[in-house]
Design a binder for this molecule. Sequence first.
Ligand code: HEC
Length: 475
Amino acid sequence: MMRKNKAHSLLRKARTVLSSLRSLAPLVVLSALLHSCKNKDSIPETVTFTEHVAPILFGNCTICHRPGGNAHFSLVTYEDARKNAGASAFVTKERMMPPWPADPHYTSFIGQRVLSDREIKILEKWQAEGAPQGPAEKLPKLPAYPDGSDVRTPDMRIAVSPYLLKANSSDQFLLVKVPFQLPQDTFASLIEFIPGRHNVVHHVNGDMISYDYDKKGDVNAGERALDMQNDTSKLLEAYRRLGLPNDDGSYPVLQKSVVNYLPGAMGQNYSDGIGGYKLTRKGVFLLNDLHYGFTKSEDISDSSYINIFFSKTPPKRPVQEFQLGTLSSFGNAPVLPDLIIQPNTVKQVYSKYTVPDDISILTVNPHMHLLGKSFKAYALKPNGDTIRLVSIPRWDFNWQYFYTFKTMVKIPKGSTIVAEGVYDNTKQNLNNPFSPPRLVRDNNGSMKATDEMFQFIVTYLPYQPGDEHVSLERK
Ligand code: HEC
């Protein structure tokens, strides 16, 4: 049986530790006081919600923990925060929240949400001292959370077919087709996925299929959504059921990772000239992995949609992508040794690829499933130097970001990109989908979360002088 969701194990752990924490509270306070000194980094003598805690929550938590946000409880009001003070102190101290699995000491990225040690201590002290409210006038303003788009009003909006999630269902992983037709070929600067029901839409990795107008009659033909968890179809069979091939059976062009979504991560809108897409008159967004979380006691109907922002000019430097590992794009960066993970073992694998030209990396996306334990990737330059890319000391299946560097990272020709992963197929792994553990492998082309994958996806541009100084921050 699939275990329902990580949240349960996290919560269970939080509760056990919390009850033992209560008895330690006076000690914690004492040590916090002893360490306080008189500079701005010191912990205030009295920690209150309005003055000290709200700024931390509003800056790092409420983007998800708010009414209509993707987390299942809110941290917006004093009452909300007070009720969850103990759990919040615990999950922040354990660095489970805010969710940011990448080690900030290895490399840092745009949009990184990581609390300082001081902020963690403030949350801890606040809960230990009974979570006082503080003076109303100190309360900062809650940030405005845009509705319908993270950017602005889109030029076009395409509905994803509504999907009904039955009450009490476990996680679902869908392969979804979102067809579109335009009056003419055109360009877009950004394509954005907006979840309908934030609390159940967990993540999306979406590609775009572009048809030669004459080769495809009806882009709407075929099924709209396949459940990849219950469905045993391999990818090619699934593609046929969705009606993706051209009329003559050949395959159209597919561009990877055009529209991704993960709560709290905004669609990437690079500076002028970088990125952007060509849209053909007939096309399909193929949401590879529309991950719906578990539902509670009621049915939920989700109507998500895709926003398109047109551009008058063709992309000057279209973003390219390659991937190492399972189904690697060159076929010559396989997972080594084979991804076959015996029960009750911890297994280490790697994949590597030597870049034939200078490239500038924009984003990296490590990918594993439920047995993932840790992940690390770096490049080895021909002179032996190491360029750090990303390190995830504690793998979290639920939070697989496309990490965007603040400025592009130049990887010189002849460098070898190395990705290393560790899998834990023991019962100590709380996310192990099987109890007792079973043999798990990368079932070539299977996307089931209970099969494994090892992938490292890199988006890049051919290098141009000065790239390492170009900011990738959102315009
Ligand atoms: C990017 C979205 C996001 C951000 C930012 C975020 N959380 Fe969460 N949080 C979640 C989700 C979703 C869950 C449910 C468990 C999961 O999926 O990991 C959760 C779970 C929790 C839990 C576990 C409680 C339970 O009942 O399961 C606590 C406590 C918590 N968050 C506190 C915080 C605090 C405090 C912050 C800020 C310092 C924060 N979170 C930031 C999305 C977020």
